[in-house]
Structure formats: structure tokens, C-alpha cells
Ligand binder design. Structure first.
Ligand code: SAH
Length: 502
């Protein structure tokens, strides 16, 4: 049976500008064919098992010709696959979306279009430029600055000038002098505000403001980075007042976080809220231990009232343990057992089951948890700790100093690390790697085994995490407290420091 093709607009870069429908379709994809303009954050949402095909158009690199791309879509769909064709911005705005559908229609392949947020409107918005404004203009026009094969332009400059609307040129940076001269020759006021907007909605966003008369000269004094759009119109003057993206505390910062594949990253969202561009490296996989006999026995003993305390040292531990508990019995197996969590993330994981931790240490690390729990629990307490197969020793050592406490340390899951193809390219230009545990440092190192770690700025949640990063020669910063909020603060601090150094 034939598969299906979804033509999906990926938006201009910022992963938050992918539509909900686009994300849902992408997460179901078996084959993803993508362009160079698709943001790294969006690429990060491609499911692990899906086949990735780069159809990019970056000069110098290998790329598929348009006919080849059309053919790949057809072949994969004929093979019964769910194919997502991911395109930067909106697929129908200078995206050749129409051309890619023709062959599919010819062969009766079912398809859907998922529109995207076009760079023509979103990039000005991220620069504080409303493309229309009642006081300034009554239309907006999107024009390609691409030349035809005979090097001429298909642009009626007189008509454009007459509209008095906002003009947005895509693919126009190479043609910038011709475009400005064309407008001037057609009678446009040389003082008309104009701007070049580079790499909009990403951490590399930059704006060069001038007028139609001066834009060419101003741009010749700097290197314009692509992709970029050119905007012409009185609305450009509003950027100074409405510019907002560059004012966010982590604007311009590209951060990398390592997370288990199955978890959404709260940390990534916190960093994005502050304006950072975040890449997620899903290099860690949490797998329940193969032989569950010991875990099962502990669950049986727990339900028979055999433990006084149940201690969790990670959200993953909570997930793995409760999955098994619910597979065998149900939450009533907990009886009156007291719950301890190492920190807020783990506490949150418990809350998902409607459970509140009875105990949290004053500092969120294994040693403090061991020491303080030892003091808090009654002599003779029976303590169950389902956790990672390679767990931290200090927790157990501290507890065992207690008055005949019976500690049962159960290996519930393993953490696996995977090398990620293309990860080297992914981490280029990353300002910070942000780590929430020693295992995330190991996950990062496994993903990019050949990276030059001395060039990595690592912001770490605690000293154990920092030690793991230092061991590999990274430059490290440590957050004041072991909370995600404090970690984000530490990233802000580090960003400020680096800005001063540079
Ligand atoms: N379908 C896309 C446009 C494809 S044409 C859309 O709707 O956005 C490619 C051109 O889009 C680039 O040459 C550049 O002019 C513009 N562009 C795309 N992403 C951009 C970005 N993040 N910042 C600035 N310009 C961008």
C-alpha cells in the first residue's frame, strides 16, 4: 500500500515556531527529507528510528537536485512510508512546494500540506518590525531577489514603488545593490528606511539598519551572513522601539543540553524562555535492567510492609520503578511507606503519581541526602533505594553510618550512551553545554567522542557534575544550588562573563 507525504513548513529557525500539527506529523515520520534552512531544534524532533535525507541547497555540499528530491519522495511513499518533507519557513512561500507535489499527484500518492511560519513575516517580527502598520502602509509584498538563468530580474520596480507598501525580499542578499538601485531608479525616496535581517529567530540573529540610499554601503562594511532578508519600508524605523529579541537575558546564546530520549527537557524550556537557542542532544537512553527479579522481589516486600522508606535519586528512577510497580500491583502497594527524593526534579516526577516526598535534603546531592536522611529516620529503619545500576557511592556510605539502618540498594535501570551521527556539526558554534548530572556529561562525551573538550564551556548543576566535566578538560561553571532555576542563572552569569572576555 502506498504511504503518504506531508509537506511541512518548519518555520524560520526557532523550534517554538514549528506548528503543533507540524510537530505531531514529524514525530510520526518514518522518512524525513529536509533542507538546509530547517532549524537544528526542529531536526532534533525527528524520531530516532526515522531515515533522514538531506536535500539541502548549501553550495559546496552534496545535495539533491530538485528532480531527485521529487523522486525520493515518490519512492519512499511507494514503499509505504510516512514521509515528511520538511522545508524552512512555509513550504509554499518560495519553497518549491508546488513542484514537489506534481509527481506525487501524477502517481496518486496521498499528501497533506502543513503550512509554516514564513521567514518573511517572522524574521521582521523578531526584530521588532511589524510588516504592516496602519500609520505607515497598507500592504506588504514578498519578492524573490533570485535572478533568472539569463541574470535578469522578474521584478517590476515601478509597480513596487507605487504600492508604497512594505517590501520583503527573500533570497536577495547577493542582489542587494541591484535591488536598491532598481527601487531608486523607479523613484523611491533614498531616505526610505531599509534593513537586512540575518539568521532571524536564531541565536545568531542580527539586524543592519539603513535606508534604501545607504544600505549597500553600510552592508559593504560588514559581512552579511545568510540566510537573510531585506525589508524596505517606513515600518523598519520601528525596530529601535519594538526590538525585543535581543533584549532577552540569554539572547545570542546557543546552549546544548543532553537529555534522555524519552524525557522532554524542562531545562531546555527554561533556557528558551530566557531567549537562548537550545539544542537537545538525545544521547542518553534509560533502560530498565534486563533482569527484574531483584526489583520485583523488592516490590513484593514493599507491598508486605517490609520497608519504612522509599528513596529516589532521579526522575528516571521514579519512572522505571512505578512502571514496574503498576505492572505487578498498584499504588496501594506503597502502604504507609515514607518517600524521599534527592531534589525537585525527582519530587516532580513523584507528584505525577499524586505522591509528595516526605523528605528532601537541604542540598540536592547524594552525600547530603544520605547524611540528612540518616539523621531524620528512626533507628532500625528499612530503606529501599531503586536507582541506576551505577549509582553514587556516597549516598549508601552515609546511610550505612546510621544506627543499624537496613539499606537495600536495588539496580533498577541502566544508562546507555550513544554516539550521534552528525553531532560534531551540531555542536559547532555552541556557547555552552549545560549539564544536570554526571551522566549527562557522559552522554555528551559519548555523543561527540572526538570533540575538543577544552573548547567546551560547561555549566554544571553541582560539584560532582563539574568534576566529570573537568576530568575531560572542559571549562566549568557550577550553579549555586542544585536546582534548574539556579542552573539557568549560572548560564546567565557565564554568558555575561564570556561577553566581557570577548
Ligand atoms: N519558504 C521559506 C523561504 C525559502 S527562500 C519561508 O517561508 O521562509 C529562502 C530565503 O528565505 C532565504 O534566502 C532568506 O531570504 C529567507 N530566510 C529563510 N529563513 C530565514 C531566517 N531565519 N532569517 C532570515 N532569512 C531567512
Amino acid at each position: 500500500m502506498a504511504g503518504k507525504v506531508w509537506l511541512v513548513g518548519a518555520g524560520p529557525g526557532d523550534v517554538g515556531l514549528l506548528t503543533i500539527k507540524g510537530r505531531e506529523v514529524l514525530q510520526q515520520a518514518e522518512v524525513v527529507v529536509y533542507d538546509a534552512l530547517v532549524g537544528e531544534g526542529v531536526l532534533g524532533l525527528i524520531p530516532e528510528g526515522a531515515k533522514r535525507i538531506f536535500a539541502g541547497k548549501r553550495s559546496g555540499n552534496h545535495f539533491l537536485k530538485q528532480e531527485e528530491t521529487n523522486r525520493v519522495l515518490l519512492e519512499e511513499a511507494l514503499d509505504g512510508k510516512r514521509v515528511v518533507r520538511l522545508k524552512g519557513g512555509d513550504p509554499f512561500v518560495f519553497g518549491r512546494g508546488g513542484e514537489e507535489l506534481e509527481l506525487l499527484v501524477e502517481h496518486g500518492i496521498p499528501f497533506e500540506i502543513v503550512p509554516g511560519v514564513t521567514s518573511a513575516f517572522a524574521v521582521p517580527a523578531y526584530n521588532g518590525i511589524p510588516v504592516t502598520h496602519r500609520d505607515f502602509c497598507s500592504s506588504v509584498h514578498i519578492i524573490t531577489g533570485h535572478r533568472r538563468a539569463d541574470h535578469s530580474y522578474d521584478i517590476d520596480f515601478e509597480a513596487l514603488v507605487r504600492t508604497r507598501g512594505t517590501l520583503v525580499f527573500l533570497m536577495g542578499t547577493a542582489a542587494l545593490p541591484d535591488l536598491m538601485n532598481g527601487l531608486l531608479a523607479a523613484g523611491m525616496d533614498p531616505d526610505m528606511p531599509a534593513a537586512v535581517l540575518e539568521r532571524g529567530t536564531t541565536s545568531k540573529q542580527r539586524r543592519v539598519s539603513a535606508t534604501v540610499g545607504t544600505l549597500e554601503r553600510v552592508c559593504s562594511e560588514t559581512t552579511i551572513q545568510t540566510p537573510a532578508i531585506i525589508v524596505v519600508g517606513r515600518v523598519c524605523a520601528l525596530a529601535d522601539t519594538f526590538g525585543w529579541a535581543e533584549k532577552r537575558p540569554l539572547a545570542g546564546v546557543r546552549a546544548l543540553v543532553t537529555r534522555p530520549r524519552e524525557l522532554v527537557s524542562t531545562l531546555a524550556n527554561l533556557l528558551r524562555e530566557k531567549g537562548a537557542e537550545v539544542l537537545e542532544l538525545p544521547a542518553i537512553r534509560i533502560v530498565p535492567v534486563k533482569d527484574m527479579t531483584v526489583v520485583d522481589a523488592a516490590i513484593e516486600r514493599l507491598s508486605a510492609g517490609g520497608y519504612d522508606w522509599l528513596v529516589f535519586t532521579s526522575p528516571s528512577g521514579v519512572g522505571v520503578f512505578f512502571d514496574r510497580l503498576i505492572a505487578l500491583r498498584d499504588l496501594r502497594a506503597l502502604g504507609g511507606v515514607k518517600l524521599a527524593a534527592i531534589g525537585q526534579g525527582t519530587q516532580k516526577a513523584l507528584l505525577k503519581y499524586g505522591l509528595r516526598a516526605d523528605f528532601l535534603p537541604s542540598v540536592y546531592d547524594g552525600e547530603t541526602l544520605g547524611r540528612e536522611l540518616r539523621a531524620a529516620c528512626a533507628p532500625g529503619s528499612r530503606i529501599l533505594i531503586p536507582r541506576a545500576a551505577i549509582g553514587n557511592h556516597e549516598l549508601i556510605e552515609e546511610l550505612e553510618k546510621g544506627e543499624n539502618l537496613a539499606v537495600t540498594d536495588v539496580a533498577a535501570y541502566d544508562t546507555e550512551y550513544a554516539a550521534i551521527p552528525d553531532a560534531e556539526g551540531l555542536i559547532q558554534d555552541v556557547d555552552f553545554a549545560v549539564f544536570t548530572s554526571a551522566s549527562t556529561v557522559r552522554g555528551f562525551a559519548a555523543a561527540v567522542p572526538d570533540a575538543d573538550f577544552s573548547r567546551v564551556n560547561a555549566v554544571c548543576i553541582g560539584r560532582q557534575t563539574a568534576a566529570e566535566a573537568q576530568k575531560r578538560g572542559m571549562r566549568t561553571w557550577v550553579s549555586e544550588k542544585a536546582t534548574l532555576e539556579a542552573l539557568v542563572k549560572a548560564v546567565e552569569e557565564a554568558a555575561r562573563k564570556l561577553r566581557i572576555e570577548n
